[in-house]
Structure formats: C-alpha cells, structure tokens
Design a protein around this ligand. Structure first.
Ligand code: ATP
Length: 196
C-alpha cells in the first residue's frame, strides 16, 4: 500500500486546507522548527485510527483541532484525508480514508465515502502491514525507543511489520464472542434444568 496524498483541514497547525502529494521516490518536508513537520506524520497516524492522544502529543483527542492563535479564531473541527493506492486484481486501486473530529461530537470515519467504524480503518491499515503503531511510521525519538525496546515490544513491531497485527484484534474479538456464547449456553442449561 502506498500513500499518494494527504489532505488536512483544521488539524493542529494546518488551519487552512492543505494538500501534500507524495510522489514515487523520496519526499522531503523541510521547514523551520515548529512549522508543523511532525504534525504531518501525526495527521497520518491520526487518520489511521490512533486513539491515544498522548502519542499525538496532546492531552485529549480534541487537542488535534486548531486551537487558535492571537490573530486567528480556533476551529470547531479537524479533518484528515489519506489517499492510498494498493495493487488490485484489475490494476492499482485507490482508497480514500477520512477521519473527522468535531468539538463535543467525537470522531467519524469514512472509507470511500462510506461511514465506517474506527476498527474498520485500523484493521484496513493493519492488514496492509502499516497503521498507527506500525514501524513504517518513525517519529522523533522512536529510533532510541526501538533500541531500548523490551523483547515483547520488539515482537509487536515485528508482528506489525509482518501484517498480522489485524489477526490479533480479530482473535481477541472472536474469543470475546466465544466467552459470551459459552455464558449463554450455561444460562440455557440452567433454565432447562429448572424446567425439568
Ligand atoms: P521541529 O522541527 O521543532 O520538530 P516541527 O516542524 O516538526 O518542529 P511540529 O512539532 O509538527 O513542528 O509543530 C508544532 C507546532 O504546531 C507548534 O507551533 C504548535 O503550536 C502547533 N500546534 C500543535 N497543535 C496545535 C493546535 N491544536 N492548534 C494550533 N497549533 C498547534
């Protein structure tokens, strides 16, 4: 999966709608300290379904919305769009993923214009061996964290890279369903016992 385009509006320092086209090869983003380079990487991670505001350098999820400056009013929403390209059966297939957050209303996600859940977006990227926690996204200080990582953390990184992180999520959900079904069966046994 390749990310072809990133569109931001109201996200952190990107108050005006901005578009970043990622061409094949190497794309560099340059600018003075504090101009928003790291915010771009965080926008990608956020749109991939990141649910930890701490890993986005914020106290709460709404901190990603442009907070205003001395000369500009704050915004009420933030929206990030990622346009991806993946190999399909009939050639490359484009997918547009949008995450939007409104003050007091939380986040909403869309894949190709269809409303979806956070889980659908996170799984889509996890299955493609990328995603908010993927080692493909290396933020500042991450290299040191990789070196200092405990074996279990390193294993998680390898599993993300191998694209099996999504399977773990599905396994956890299947186990929960199984436990629910077992509890229902036990309750049914009790009821049948009472009726006999
Ligand atoms: P450096 O080179 O120092 O790492 P950088 O170019 O990566 O800097 P970022 O850390 O991405 O810059 O951007 C930080 C800027 O984003 C700061 O100026 C900060 O005020 C601004 N910023 C972060 N969150 C918000 C927000 N919610 N509203 C407005 N501005 C924000």
């Amino acid at each position: 999966m390749k990310i072809k385009k990133l569109r931001l509006s109201g996200f952190k320092s990107f108050v005006e709608p901005a578009e970043l086209i990622i061409e094949p090869g190497l794309t560099g983003v340059v600018g003075p300290n504090g101009c928003g380079k790291s915010n771009l990487l965080e926008a990608i991670r956020w749109a991939m379904g990141e649910t930890s505001s701490k890993s986005l350098r914020g106290g709460g999820m709404e901190d990603v919305i442009f907070a205003g400056t001395a000369t500009r009013a704050k915004r009420d929403f933030a929206e990030v769009t990622i346009l991806t390209e993946s190999p399909g059966e009939q050639g490359p297939e484009e997918t547009e993923v949008v995450r939007r957050i409104e003050r007091g209303a939380g986040s909403a996600y869309r894949i190709n214009g269809r409303d979806v859940r956070q889980r659908d977006v996170a799984l889509m990227f996890a299955d493609a061996a990328t995603g908010a926690h993927s080692p493909a996204l290396v933020s500042q200080g991450r290299i040191a964290a990789v070196i200092a990582a405990k074996p279990i953390e390193r294993r998680q990184m390898l599993e993300e890279a191998a694209g099996i992180a999504g399977l773990h999520v599905r396994r956890r959900e299947a186990e929960q369903k199984l436990r629910g079904t077992e509890a229902n069966l036990a309750r049914l046994d009790d009821l049948l016992g009472d009726m006999e």
